[in-house]
Design a protein around this ligand. Sequence first.
Ligand code: CA
Length: 645
Amino acid sequence: MKKMLTLVAVLLSCAAFAQEKLTVASPDKQLKVEISLQHGKPSYTVNYQGIQVLENSPLGLVTTAGDFSQSLTLVKQESHSIDKTYTQSRIKKSEIHYVANQLICTFANAEKKEVQLTFNVSNNDIAFRYGLFQYKQTASCIVEKELTGFHFPAQTTTFLSPQAPASSGWMRTKPSYEEEYQAEAPLNQASKYRLGYTFPALFHVGKDAWALVSETGVTGAYCGSRLSESQEGTFSIAFPEKGENNGHGTAEPGLALPDNTPWRTITVGTSLKPIVETTVPFDVVEPLYAPSQVYKPGRATWSWIMWQDESMNYNDQVAFIDLAAKMGYEYILIDALWDKNLGYERLASLIKYAQSKKVDVFLWYNSNGFWNDAPQGAKQCMNNPIARKKEMKWLKEQGVKGLKVDFFGGDKQETIQLYEAILSDANDYGLMIIFHGCTLPRGWERLYPNYVSSEAVLASENLIFNQHFDDNEAFNACLHPFIRNTVGSMDFGGTLLNKRLNRNNNGGNVRKTTDIFQLATAVLFQTTVQNFAITPNNLTDVPSFEIDFMKQVPTTWDETVFVEGYPGKYCVLARRHGTQWYLVGVNAGKTPLQIKLNLPMFAGKTVNEYIDDDKKNPLMRSVQVKNTGETTVTIQPEGGFMWVK
Ligand code: CA
């Protein structure tokens, strides 16, 4: 009998050793993460309101300082509650209250080296990361592999964008997050190039739940990551391709110890509201430096989008400065080729002319460098610190307010360090930064006070290049609020009021969307410096109420409220600027969409409605909203509507 009791005790302790479970739930208890050790291997599950969002999914890191993916034992666990408020002028919302429960688990591997796993769980967001320590004299490491996976249930469908091959595309400038998202694809479908997917990644878990997977807090201390191909429903963290950055620099990130990996984030909801409204990319990071001055948001005109390369000449730039002045816009963006076509002296006099019209200047640069063959200048100014600081000193003397830097080399740590170096130097010279041909921003609005936005999307230029993108414009616009634009500011360069997409509005590609759709995207797409694609002829060839709308549209938002929509089909959202609300809706369908909306912010008010009539002609009228805030609107196919109050 005594022998048997001993045996039971041994079995019990083996069971305890074989499976250790730790849980952390959101403050409202609806979102639960369970972390387990199964035979020394860490994994986790995610459950929201009883719906299994992630099935058992792997965790772990393999580094040159130790293998933290197996033979782990739990050393300790700590719980904290986080309650912080912060203000942020360059995202979808200005005052943010972040409340989360935090679980920090410390595990030891077979060599007794410890790794820390931190999970922050707020009501609809999970952010987690790994922390490594200095191990005796080992004060640095290379992270060879991150095992973190996302194992979605079999009924899940996906909204994903494929990773492009390194050094592919025009002048070998890819990957640059400019691939097409596929809506509602099967879970285990191979990606276009068999290289996995870029962030952010949207998943529809049956009919029950939505999950958006991304990452944040990526600085020069790490690389940008992506998702692997699905292995039976599991997508794993993958590092850059070896060929990125022209093959230079390692794909695996290096860490000085002690340090943490970036945060992996999962936003979860039964509706899309938490996905569209999430602030998790900014909640878990802090500013890395103070702004050297107040950076002013605003609107800009730019000739390049509609008038293309030939417009990089003094007179055409003057035409767009005059357009900006007439619109009351704060900026002109002087795009590629100014170095050859104008030169520094003529540029200086152009900047003076702009300033005389109360228009400030953003100026375009090529980031390269050796990472691709993009030929446009100005180049060789941003890729090394000596040239960069010399250039920025001159720019500051001329009163230039911001730069648009294009054509980066990928997601390797070496390239992320270049982004960070440009941002940091630019702040020293009072310059804001927009990135193009670039990676996804990952919490950068909060990390870097002079960072404005990034392209990292199939932007407006594609509407000029290829009719295919005009045919799909409404579909793509109805994806961005749920995916790309919800995690970071997006330099789309939109609101095209030409019907034909060329200089004289008489040739080139055909715009399929309505004028009201275009106006709506000025609010739908979020970035605090909007480069609008309007042209001088639009002052006289579109109804004056359209121009009046574009004159007053703000670029900063105190609040963003998701009203209704479905990725790729339609989207209705409301944004507040001060006391003024802007409600916008767009329809990607081929038939009119009638929707019932409940809009408490407009209840009992008289609003300005901008809408397409049933012949898709734009009109503006005054509408009295019921005291209940309930209304029914019809959005025309590839059309839009707006309310302003
Ligand atoms: Ca581009």
